[in-house]
Design a protein around this ligand. Sequence first.
Ligand code: NAP
Length: 253
Amino acid sequence: MTFTPIALVTGASRGLGKNTALHLARRGVDVILTYRSGADEAAAVVKEIEALGRRAVALQLDVSVSATFDGFVAEVTQALARVWQRDRFDYLVNNAGIGIHASFAETTEAQFDTLMAIQLKGPFFLTQKLLPLVDDGGRIVNISTGLARFALPGYAAYASMKGGIEVLTRYLAKELGPRGISVNVVAPGAIETDFGGGVVRDNAQMNAMVASQTALGRVGLPDDIGGAISMLLQPDNRWITGQRIEVSGGMFI
Ligand code: NAP
C-alpha cells in the first residue's frame, strides 16, 4: 500500500489556502482544511478534493481565538482517527490571514491587536498545540508576504507581523530539526484573491502598478502560490529548512 501524506491547511475555504489544498490533492496528498466563516465554501473544496480521488475534512477554526485551540486539536485528532486511522498528520500550512490597510500614523491599537492575533500569535500557539500531532519528518510552511522585504505605505502593522513569522520560522526550523521536521516560510507577492477587499484583482490601477514592478510582468495568481507551496512539500524538497522563499514573480527586485 502506498503512503498518503495528510496536510492541514488553515484558511482553505478561499484564496491561496484553497488553491494550495487543491494542488496538494492533485499531488496525492489528503487534506484537513479549515475555514472561519465560509462553511459552504469549505464543503465545496472538500467535494473538489474528493473528486480528485483524495480524502478531505473541513473544520471550523478562528486562528485569533487561541482559547479554542485545545478543542480544535481534539477535533483534528478525532478526524485523523475516523478518516485515516492515524494519530498524526504530515504537513502544516499556516495560511489563514487577513490584511488591514492603514498608514503607520493612522493604525489603531485595535487594528494592531487584530493583526497580531491572526497573523502572529495564532500561528505561534496553533503550531505549538499541534506539534504532538505533526509526524516526525513532517513539514511546516508559514505564509509571509513580499511586504516584509520591501515597504509600501499602508502596511506597517501587517508587514511587521509577517516579519515576525519569518523570524519564528527560523526558530521552529532550529528547534524542530531534531524531529526531522522542516519549516519554511513562503512570501507571496501581490496575488489576485479576496485579500484586502480584492484590491489587487479588482483595482485596475493597483493591478497595473504591481505588474509594472514585477519582473515577470503581471500580478500573481493563486495557482502561482498553491503550486509553489505544494512543490515545497514534495519529498524531493526534504533538505530545505529555515528558508524564506519569495514567490512574487520578481516583485520590486
Ligand atoms: P483570502 O482570499 O481573503 O482568504 C483568507 C482565508 O483565511 C479564508 O479561507 C478565510 O476563511 C481565512 N481566515 C481569515 N481570517 C481568519 C481567522 N481569523 N481564522 C481563521 N481563518 C481565517 O486571503 P488570501 O489572499 O488567500 O491570503 C492567505 C494568506 O496569504 C494570508 O496569510 C495573507 O496574509 C497571505 N498573503 C496574501 C497575499 C495576496 O496578495 N493575496 C500576498 C501575500 C501574502 P473564511 O472565508 O471562512 O472566513
